[in-house]
Design a protein around this ligand. Structure first.
Ligand code: FDA
Length: 361
């Protein structure tokens, strides 16, 4: 869910410039290769990304997931990747997701999230067929294990193919959900069709650079669209048990939507049908506060080797977070160089622990 994102443009020129610069850095494979070629720089990158990325291996992701589960949050785990153009790579990614489902055992309420272009959709010629076959395998294994599979939504040229795959596989496997983007003007008309199928609907703002013809830009119109879709989802969840996920870090939207949930559920907040979901390391204090008020919360964890790209995207979305990441990376470097006398720049919980306080704006 991370390709080709627009730079932040919230009226603050310094933030917009930093965001555009981070987008540019994200597209520098030579910089990524140079960082990864050096064991020291690669370890520093990993330390800097630790608040957003659960680890490079499945085992690290599962450890992190277990910690979040102990802290009272559900988790969904994504093996990072997208736009896989080779069939054998797509097969390998599918095998990793199957292994992930098999290993979720001890983590209560855990699910998996995936991009269809990671498991086949982007393979020229046979993409849609391959993605469906691979999704079916993952969905079957997940259903047998009592787990949900959430499909991410990609750029608008793929929306139809993703919704078709969700329809074909999801109708047979009620454990398959799909993400919709409030930014897309088409989403209100897609929703009734999705509600006719089983599976959770996850609502996000949308991360892709799209033409204004098909999508709203960040701002009031998008927030209004998000709220209106959230109202429909909360209503369908409360009245008909249609499961949804409200996936945003936007404090103002969350405030409005919790009111909707309270009204629709007569304050019976703890319902699995309505979950609040956030990305690991992004406003964890907001997710903790929702959990403390009795709402069902979920953390989206990623793991794998695409750390560089993922970190650039997170920072481009919110450039002030560069300061935290710089401090985390420096702590990592100090540890690596055996320089304990220098001390840490922040709390020992910095490795993205579920309890770690986040920077407040
Ligand atoms: P917005 O970007 O306006 O951020 C709201 C606030 O969050 C900011 O004001 C700031 O306080 C805080 N914040 C944001 N980023 C931060 C950071 N890096 N560090 C610290 N604070 C930060 N997109 C997509 O197109 N397809 C998909 O499938 C998915 N899937 C998905 C799953 C889940 C669980 C989430 C939470 C998000 C997605 N997304 C996605 C991404 C989504 O579309 C969107 O880009 C991000 O969630 C950011 O949008 P917000 O709604 O948080 O609002």
């Amino acid at each position: 869910m991370d390709a080709d994102r627009p730079a932040v443009n919230d009226g603050d020129p310094a933030r917009a410039r930093a965001s555009a610069a981070l987008r540019w850095l994200a597209r520098r494979p030579e910089l990524k290769a140079a960082l990864l070629a050096s064991p020291t720089l690669s370890a520093v990158l990993k330390a800097g990304a630790a608040r957003y990325v659960a680890g490079s291996s499945r085992a690290e992701a599962l450890d992190r997931a277990a910690a979040f589960a102990r802290a009272g949050h559900r988790v969904t785990i994504d093996f990072m990747g997208e736009d896989t153009s080779g069939a054998s790579e797509a097969r390998r990614a599918t095998d990793e997701f199957l292994a992930l489902v098999a290993d979720l055992g001890p983590v209560d309420g855990a699910s998996v999230s995936l991009d269809l272009s990671h498991v086949g959709l982007a393979v020229p010629g046979s993409g849609e067929r391959l993605a469906r076959e691979h999704l079916t395998e993952i969905a079957e294994q997940a259903r047998a294990a009592g787990r949900e599979v959430m499909i991410s939504m990609e750029d608008s040229e793929r929306t139809d193919a993703i919704l078709r795959a969700h329809g074909a596989v999801g109708e047979r496997h009620g454990n398959v959900g799909v993400t919709v983007q409030a930014a897309l003007r088409r989403t209100p008309s897609d929703l009734p069709g999705l509600h006719a199928r089983p599976g959770r609907v996850r609502l996000v703002k949308g991360a892709y650079a799209e033409s204004p013809r098909v999508a709203y830009r960040r701002g009031e119109a998008l927030d209004r669209a998000y709220l209106s879709l959230a109202r429909t989802l909360v209503d369908a969840a409360a009245r008909r048990g249609r499961p949804c996920s409200i996936a945003t870090h936007d404090a103002a939207l969350i405030g409005r939507i919790t009111q909707l949930v309270d009204e629709a559920t007569d304050l019976r907040r703890s319902t699995d049908a309505i979950q609040f979901e956030m990305l690991q390391g992004v406003t964890p204090d907001r997710l903790d506060a929702l959990r403390d008020r009795g709402y069902v919360t979920r953390v989206y964890l990623v793991y794998g080797s695409e750390v560089y790209l993922y970190l650039c995207h997170r920072l481009a979305e919110h450039p002030p977070a560069v300061l935290d990441v710089l401090a985390d990376a420096t702590d990592g470097w100090k540890e690596l160089s055996g320089d304990p006398a220098e001390g840490r720049t922040c709390s020992p919980a910095r490795q993205g622990s579920p309890r770690r306080p986040a920077r407040r704006e």
